[in-house]
Design a protein. Sequence first.
Lengths: 472, 498
Amino acid sequence: MDYALFLPEIYLLITALVFFCQSLWKSSARLNQVIALILSGIGVIITFYSINLTGELFHKAYRIDLFSQIFKGLISLGLFLIIIIGQKIKSIEDQFQPEFFMFLNLCSLGLMLMVSSVELLTLFIAMELSSYSLYVLIPIRKEINVGKMEAAIKYILFGAAATGIMLFGMSYIFGITQSTYLADILNKMPELLGQPVAVIGLLFILCGFFFKLAVVPFHFWTPDVYEGAANITVSFIATMPKLAAVALLLRLVSLAGAGAADLIQVLVLLAAVSMTFGNLAALVQKDLKRLLAYSSIAHAGYVMLGALTMNTVGFAAAVYHITGYLLMNLACFLVLCSVSREGENVTVSDLSGLYRRSPLLALTLAVGAFALAGIPPTVGFTGKFFLFTAALSQGHLTLVIIAAVNTAVSIFYYLNIVRFAYGKDPDGLPEVTLSFSNRLLNYGLIVAIILMGALPTLFIDLAKTACETIIS
Amino acid sequence: MDFLIPNQLNYPILSTLIFLPLAGAFVLFLIRDEKAAKIWSLIVSLVVFALSLPLYFYFDPATYKYQFAEHSPWIPAFKINYTLGIDGISLFLVLLSTMLIPICILASWKYIEKRVKEFLFCLLLMETACVGVFSALDFVLFYIFWEAMLVPMYLLIAVWGGPEKVYASFKFFLYTMAGSVFLMVAMIALYLTAGTFSIPQLMTYTYPFNFQFWIFLAFGIAFAIKVPMAPFHTWLPAAHVEAPTAGSVLLASVLLKMGTYGFVRFCLPITPQASIYFAPYVLFMSIISIIYGGYVALGQTDMKRLIAYSSVAHMGFVTLGIFLFNKHGLEGAIIQMINHGITTGALFLCVGIIYERSHSRLIKDNSGISKIMPVYIGFFGFFCLSSMAFPGTNSFVGELLVLIGAFTDNRLIGALSIPGVVLAAAYMLRLLQKIAWGRKGDSHLSDMNLREIVYLAPLAIFVLWIGFAPTPFLDIMHATVNHLVEQVQSANAVALVR
């Protein structure tokens, strides 16, 4: 076995073990945070170093290709950024921080395994590794409110149900194709697609990812988990599992190919309902995390636009958009975590006069919110533009018009955030001071959101090449 | 690319005009002193203005093709190019934008006291976006500038605006953004039909009428909100009243032009048949705008609000001229776009000057100042006369051309728009009368200082220049307008043959 192929995963496992050891004795929180920062920084380098590797492992159940490596790079990058945001974690007690970092790394490991799995059982185990880590992560939070247990229970129950449905779907697919390898399934799928059982089996498997992505009707956990879990945990849940879910969504949807009209119909419906519901519900939210939760439901709908095109351009657009989503969401969560003084939840009115309390944070928030709203020249606009173009080229005119109307609706609540930050007076709210690393991250995210939006060619071409490998 | 005439100059002039203000804006962050920041941005904007003058001197009026063109691939995966170029229509709008930014900076010299650097940053960003909108020849590039312009404008109103700034800026942003999402869908639909985002290439393609119908509607909503035409105008008074002086000036002089520019650049050449089909409705809405805007302006007590409603009326003349599809109407409309930019911008500057002294925009608080501020009243009265299209001023030329176009096309349309001219005289004279000769006002007000004279004087010169000698301006647009009229007429002929 070629260990170099598996290096990013092994590295994450080692990192998790380091924190396991740290949890055995009393250690200072600051030390753990610094260790986490350094280790995840090295992780990014290792993952990016292995981005051009290709190969197969474990009896061809595990494939390393450009597609999986891009996602692994994004996962390690996201983890690194989240750990920078969490350099002064206020929402988690010091003594639980080694465990927090351990599960954070384990969950990322699970997500990395997911994007490389090309066999159903491997995929299932990888997914469970990430899910179980999250089940533990959600209730790790200071005793500020009682919502955290509700959040954890909800996530477990919905997660278990979704996993059950997914397994059920896998059994159908195995039943009709006699294989758990995606490559075999792909070969047999075209002739089987006429049978309802194939479509239903595939849809049921997709349910597991719809749950992670928070697509209606698997979205019920989202607002409560966002509200109940610690701010730093939510910035993880809001971004990373979605990356892996999109990767798997694309891999599995491509199994059906363009012939699966029924499947596409269902995806169209889910996309339309998701964005409409998410945006409408977000309009009335007062808690910033709940607002971002509903916004994530809406964005799940937008990403589906790319998945249901069944072609490289659409898939690349989806990969591009979810990458942009990682950046713009982290920008918002960076502001949220910095504004929250004792790790409490932040309401929209807590942002009042942010431009006087911390001009840099206000700018980051504005850029993040405008990007989520899809205003050029940010990555949010470019992503939406690619998605709309891809979907329209496949004739989904109604869906694109629904998406456009939704974009118009969503501006209200994104702009509302900016309105509080720039239009209102601070009303006695304290100034926010930022650490050096935090400042740096602010600048980095602003530049990344705008640059990636204005000059998308490099990434979109890479994504296109990557997606060609999964569509055959 | 035979629509583009390669750049006549040996440097990329349009890119310079777009990105120099942007670079200058970022340098602002390195400057600590506020006074130095003001001087720096004034220098940057003056340099940009000076650099934009070669556009006028080297412009070839004999051709309708796009000049000073730059072309390079940008996002090949979606066939998006970085294409710039200007023709006889956009030339003046680019020049207007570059001329107004230094004026805006001068006008805000004392008025803006808090967050000066950020304010100047937003102004320079606006310059980038405005020049970008008028010189982009790729639809995606156009759209990006068109939308990106919203953010600095929003901040200008939301941070430095008046008491109702939050409401006004919110409404401004929501209205314009809601209009333009459909522009995006239309843009993508055009791309998928014609296979290109290049605006000149999109014009050469003949689309089925049904397709044109929907594209026109999507375009029309976006542009009508921006102009704004009568039922979509409600964001305008709020935004104008609350915006700081520089914001009002940019809003009136440049942003509103983007709507009418959109009609000229996109609706007429790309969807000519639909334009002809919808023309009666647009003409109807224009006349409503002219009469309604004038009528409402008559009853205003707030100077800025009055001028804002007068904008609705003036822009009504512009859309009227555009949708007549004849040479006089179109040239009148384009001249009127420039006129409105100069005159209304100047009027907002005048309101800003008096507001800095009396801290009120209400007519009754500023009345009877002709003896106290004679120079001010001189300028103010002059621009009021220009606004009501007094012969010898710029607006007279524009409105006359539009009316000639209207009467050539249909006497009814001409007759219906006449009351607008009368109303303009009524509301402007009422304003002037009260401000100049009303109840005796506060004698503590000081007259205009040199800085204020310096930034109003160029606008006054243009009022007279266009008023007395419009030929150099009209000459430049003849070729472009003729070509545009041909495009529409030939599409009409094709439609009739079928």
